[in-house]
Design a protein around this ligand. Structure first.
Ligand SMILES: [Mg+2]
Length: 381
């Protein structure tokens, strides 16, 4: 019987290609927590747990994710049977509350190890891939309309993206609507334009915002109000033609069920790490499917590793009405994979190798790994 021998964690700090302006933070670096599980037969599995903007987006920080794994999750798993991924997930869920991103990083490494030992991609462990590639959106978040328009036009010309998500909510509603209208006018029918407010609006602001966005030709608005305002989300979902998507409101299958019960979304942005892993994300997807909602593959701006893991799951889904935003690796100045993911013809290709289908480049890991001396600076900065 193959056993779990060792679980190693590390934090990587990778610069972004430009400032990524969100309603709650401007990212110039992305921080990823990597997990490497070593098994008794010499095999390995790798996983990633990543969040956005330190503690400004969600309740878990990179440092907290690492600590939760090292202190609480690892001791539960050492010496356990490697192939029993469900058993490990159930044990962790029983003894560790919350901490979904930490659980995700470990769970991906368990699936990756199992897939690599069996010589099959993780998609096969979820019943088999029905897609070889998935549509991928790009986020325009430079903070400047002209820069965003130039970026969008270049993406369309090079056939890299024709779906654009605009990060708004930092400026006034009126300014944001003008910004979105300018971009939609510039790209016309060549691209789909959507927005993510990242919970920045009150219900009153959202009413004006959705009306203006709809008139501007914007197709979808993501999480306009705070995650806990389900009644406001329900009112907005019912009140406008523009699709309302839940993101921050979806932390696992229980939230998905509540969102369906209270009619507070047209679309689910399903994020692997926000759901608590591939298995829990598959349950969120199932609830969305059963309710007849639209589905979208969401990202926490993971590196190629976490993105490859997400691709393994979403490749098994019959219909992703709104595509994906699995562009995380493209926002980073450098990748950490031995072979980067392939982006072309407005899609990202699903890696076909065993496990999650990717391996790490050890030199890149060394280059971006946070060491003790750098950690204080990184946290302070
Ligand atoms: Mg979002």
């Amino acid at each position: 019987m193959t056993k779990i021998d060792q679980i190693e964690t590390m934090i990587l700090d990778i610069p972004t290609i430009r400032g990524h302006v969100l309603s709650m933070a401007t990212m110039r670096t992305q921080t990823a927590v990597l997990v490497r599980i070593k098994y008794s037969d010499g095999s390995e599995g790798i996983g990633e747990g990543t969040t956005i903007g330190g503690l400004s987006y969600g309740a878990e920080s990179p440092e907290g994710i690492q600590s939760a794994i090292d202190t609480y999750i690892t001791p539960l798993l050492l010496g356990r049977e490697a192939d029993n991924v469900n058993g490990a997930i159930q044990l962790i869920d029983k003894l560790v509350k919350g901490n979904r991103i930490a659980k995700t990083a470990v769970e991906i490494a368990l699936w990756d190890g199992l897939g690599k030992r069996l010589g099959v991609p993780v998609s096969q462990l979820f019943g088999g891939a029905v897609h070889q590639k998935l549509p991928v959106a790009w986020t325009l978040a430079s903070g400047n309309s002209d820069t965003d328009i130039a970026e969008a036009q270049e993406m369309i010309e090079t056939r890299r993206h024709n779906i654009f998500k605009l990060k708004i909510g930092k400026r006034s509603v009126r300014e944001d609507v003008t910004h979105v209208a300018r971009i939609k006018q510039a790209v016309g029918d060549a691209a789909s334009v959507r927005v993510d407010v990242n919970t920045a609006w009150s219900l009153q602001e959202a009413r004006w915002g959705l009306k203006g966005l709809q008139d501007a030709g914007c197709e979808l608005v993501e999480q306009p109000v705070a995650a806990r305002y389900r009644r406001a989300m329900a009112e907005l979902t019912k009140g406008y033609e523009i699709a309302v998507m839940a993101d921050e409101a979806l932390n696992g299958p229980e939230d998905a069920l509540a969102a369906v019960r209270e009619n507070c979304a047209d679309v689910f942005a399903v994020k692997v790490s926000q759901s608590g892993g591939l298995k829990r994300a598959s349950e969120v997807i199932a609830i969305g499917q059963a309710a007849g909602l639209g589905l979208y593959g969401g990202t926490m701006l993971e590196t190629g590793l976490g993105t490859a893991a997400a691709l393994q799951l979403f490749a098994t889904i019959e219909t992703l009405h709104w595509g994906t935003e699995f562009f995380g690796p493209l926002l980073l100045t450098d990748g950490i994979l031995a072979e980067p993911l392939i982006y072309r013809d407005f899609c990202v290709e699903v890696p076909s190798g065993p496990g999650i289908g990717v391996t790490l480049d050890p030199d890149k890991i060394t280059a971006f790994r946070r060491c003790a001396q750098r950690s204080m600076k990184a946290v302070a900065g």
